[in-house]
Design a protein around this ligand. Structure first.
Ligand SMILES: Nc1ncnc2c1ncn2[C@@H]1O[C@H](COP(=O)(O)OP(=O)(O)OP(=O)(O)O)[C@@H](O)[C@H]1O
Ligand SMILES: [Mg+2]
Length: 256
């Protein structure tokens, strides 16, 4: 495995007669920030569940190096525990109580939920719950972070802020990250490599690398270009038809 943290080899997966993943091969390297994008229902969460060993693939192999934490797409918080207690679960290994409380406070600050320490998940909004999940996953000493749409319930500005917070956090405490997102801009702003999945059964047909310092401005030409390319990859018909209609407009103009 050397510097590979995750090796996905010839993985096929299905649920009954529904084929979900088809011949997926993917190596993820130490310290890499990998984003997986793709249409709803194509198999992104399934792939994360296989990597986390929550499920076993029907065929193929998955190898992993190191401890892993996951941010779930749907409520992964324990409803009977407060914000502090939920985050504290990620810090079970810390025996020193003062150190543990210090780290919990730091995590709460990171997600901007000061004042909600003793609230239970049902007393929080969906976006607040997502932020607690993120704090829990970031706390502690994992090597790999799997994140399934961690910012999807947040408003646009909070989402931008959380992306920057995540970049800042990873600079301080680097780890290997696999981010699943619908948001192509998010992927282009955060990832070193982006894997677009096809519709179900999902397979990998291309990848996009972005060698650009972080934090990245949304308006940086390389980010804009990556978004454009990903849109074409994910939706080639749309782009072809857009170009065709643009061409029609031009030829109509010329013949006037
Ligand atoms: N436990 C399960 N049992 C049966 N079918 C499942 C199960 N989990 C997922 N599926 C099916 O597998 C397919 C892929 O689901 P998955 O949740 O991986 O998609 P996704 O890409 O994460 O979608 P979204 O972007 O909407 O979150 C879907 O057709 C779904 O119905
Ligand atoms: Mg999903």
């Amino acid at each position: 495995m050397s510097d590979k943290m995750i090796c996905v080899q010839n993985v096929n997966h299905s649920y009954g007669s529904v084929d979900v993943l088809k011949n997926v091969n993917l190596d993820i390297y130490q310290g890499e920030f990998l984003a997986i994008v793709g249409p709803s229902g194509c198999g992104k969460t399934t792939l994360l569940n296989l990597i986390s060993e929550y499920e076993k693939p029907v065929s193929g192999n998955i190898k992993r190096n190191g401890a892993l934490r996951m941010v779930y797409q749907q409520d992964g918080l324990f409803p009977w525990l407060t914000v502090t207690e939920n985050i504290g679960l990620g810090l079970r290994h810390l025996k020193n109580k003062t150190e543990k409380m210090h780290q919990i406070e730091e995590a709460i600050q990171l997600i901007g939920l000061q004042g909600f320490e003793n609230h239970y998940p049902h007393q929080l909004s969906g976006g607040m719950r997502q932020r607690v999940e993120l704090a829990r996953a970031l706390s502690g000493e994992s090597d790999i972070l799997l994140m399934d749409e961690p910012f999807s319930a947040l408003d646009y500005l909070t989402r931008l802020k959380m992306r920057n917070e995540l970049v800042r956090f990873l600079k301080e405490r680097p780890r290997t990250v696999v981010l699943v997102t619908h948001d192509i801009e998010e992927a282009a702003q955060l990832a070193d490599r982006i894997i677009p999945l096809t519709t179900r059964p999902a397979t990998i047909i291309s990848e996009k690398k972005i060698h650009l310092e972080k934090p990245r401005a949304l308006t940086h030409p390389e980010v804009v270009e990556a978004v454009h390319q990903l849109l074409i990859t994910l939706n080639p018909e749309n782009d072809a038809s857009r170009h065709k209609s643009m061409l029609n407009e031009f030829t109509a103009e010329e013949s006037r």
